[in-house]
Design a protein around this ligand. Structure first.
Ligand code: GCO
Ligand code: MN
Ligand code: MN
Length: 406
């Protein structure tokens, strides 16, 4: 592997799900195209590529029907591999979608026995996560939805969903586990409609829980893009609410099924603003990739895919530094942000002493309406920066050279 400034390093905190690089290329129309790769081999190979860790569903590691003895042996060997290759498991999750018992939902099933089994399986997956050192537990309710609205009262389903999560937060507190939950939204697929379809819905729901302080979100790029939403804005709202506990990075062609494509393979500009936001907002969590290689690929393609996700992230991180050091862009932003008249009006907070002044103020409506925004110029500069033709211009700036080489 040729090393350069974009080569992934442990401190970049890149993680992959066992199920991502382990994806065998099955789709609704075709069978697997790649042989399985064992969890231990995944740990070894990802570590060599510079990843920080792996995340897993309970059944990515321990088969659904494993005996206790089998489970212990598998976990022991896996822990040895983690140690040998200096890899962490920052996040764990539970598979509540593959087995037929979940065909009509887990937490939101109409059948209390299925809801009870869902809690049992999730608590065991939490125990496994804690055993492996995970501090974040993701809940993605892929089967929590409907095709037929007559089959479930949506209010009842939400009530059951809330009861399930409340039960689990009590469990974690009771066990004194250092574990937080991150809820992952998706609008549809595999269900015709999935409850709590976007990160915004999740944030609203979290506020209704018994222990909202230990529940946040795990937004996924592809899922918000399936809903036609601006992922960067959703992440900003999650950060603003102090709820961005984890993130699923990938990419998506617009308006289609969930493609889980290599990070940055489709939407370079939106992903540039996303990486800039994550890096500049002080987000401390994993840079986790929930994506998989194209079905056309063999195992070599899988590792090229994984390296590509991480390199693109690091390149966009470098581009964010370039943006911050690009004199023309910064001068233009400065000009746009002069906030003329800012000191004349107190806008950040209602104040009964100054409200009268604001109500009487005279505005030059005509001049304000006529001013141009310069966004054409600004956005073209951003395009040229992302396309890589501003390096020569920008590198005249000493700051950039310093910033980029850090
Ligand atoms: C999807 C989902 C899943 C979940 C994962 C965690 O692609 O529809 O993202 O991959 O993230 O199962 O539970
Ligand atoms: Mn995901
Ligand atoms: Mn997905």
């Amino acid at each position: 592997m040729n090393r350069d400034q974009f080569t992934p390093k442990k401190e970049d905190r890149f993680t992959f799900g066992l199920w991502t690089v382990g994806n065998r290329g099955r789709d609704p129309f075709g069978d697997a195209v790649r042989p399985p790769i064992s969890p231990v081999s995944i740990v070894k190979k990802l570590s060599e590529l510079g990843a920080y860790g792996v995340n897993l569903h309970d059944n990515d590691l321990v088969p659904f029907d494993a005996t206790n003895a089998e489970r212990e042996k598998i976990v022991r060997e896996f822990k040895t591999a983690l140690k040998d290759y200096d890899m962490q498991v920052p996040m764990a999750t539970v598979n509540l979608f593959f087995h037929p018992i979940f065909k009509d939902g887990g937490f939101t099933s109409n059948d209390p026995r299925v809801r009870a089994f869902t809690l049992q399986k999730t608590m065991r997956a939490i125990d496994l996560g804690v055993d492996l050192g995970a501090k974040i537990f993701v809940l993605w309710g892929g089967r929590e939805g409907i095709e037929v609205d007559a089959s479930k009262c949506a209010l009842e389903a939400l009530k059951h969903y809330r009861e399930g999560i409340n039960y689990l937060t009590e469990y974690v507190k009771d066990q004194k586990y250092d574990m937080k939950f991150a809820l992952e939204a998706k609008p549809n697929e595999p269900r015709g409609d999935i409850y709590l379809p976007t990160t915004g819905h999740m944030l609203g729901f979290i506020a209704t829980l018994d222990h909202p302080e230990i529940v946040g979100v795990n937004p996924e790029v592809a899922h918000e893009q399936m809903s036609g939403l601006n992922f960067y804005h959703g992440i900003a709202q999650a950060i603003d609410a102090k709820k961005l506990f984890h993130i699923d990075l990938n990419d998506q062609k617009p308006g289609r099924y969930d493609q889980d494509l290599r990070f940055g393979s489709e939407s370079l500009k939106p992903m540039f603003f996303l990486v800039k936001l994550l890096e500049e907002s002080g987000y401390q969590g994993s840079r986790h990739f929930d994506a998989h290689a194209y079905r056309t690929e063999d195992e070599e393609g899988v590792w090229n895919f994984a390296l590509g996700c991480m390199r693109t992230y690091n390149i966009l991180k470098y581009k964010a530094k370039q943006f911050a050091a690009d004199k023309e862009i910064q001068d233009l932003l400065q000009e746009l942000a002069t906030e003329r008249g800012k000191d004349q009006y107190k806008l950040d907070k209602y104040d009964r002493n100054t409200v009268g002044k604001l109500k009487e103020a005279q505005f030059d409506i005509d001049a304000l309406s006529k001013q141009g925004a310069k966004y054409e110029q600004l956005d073209q500069l951003v395009n040229e920066l992302i396309l890589g033709v501003r390096t020569r211009v920008a590198s005249k700036d000493e700051n950039l050279v310093a910033a980029a080489s850090r």
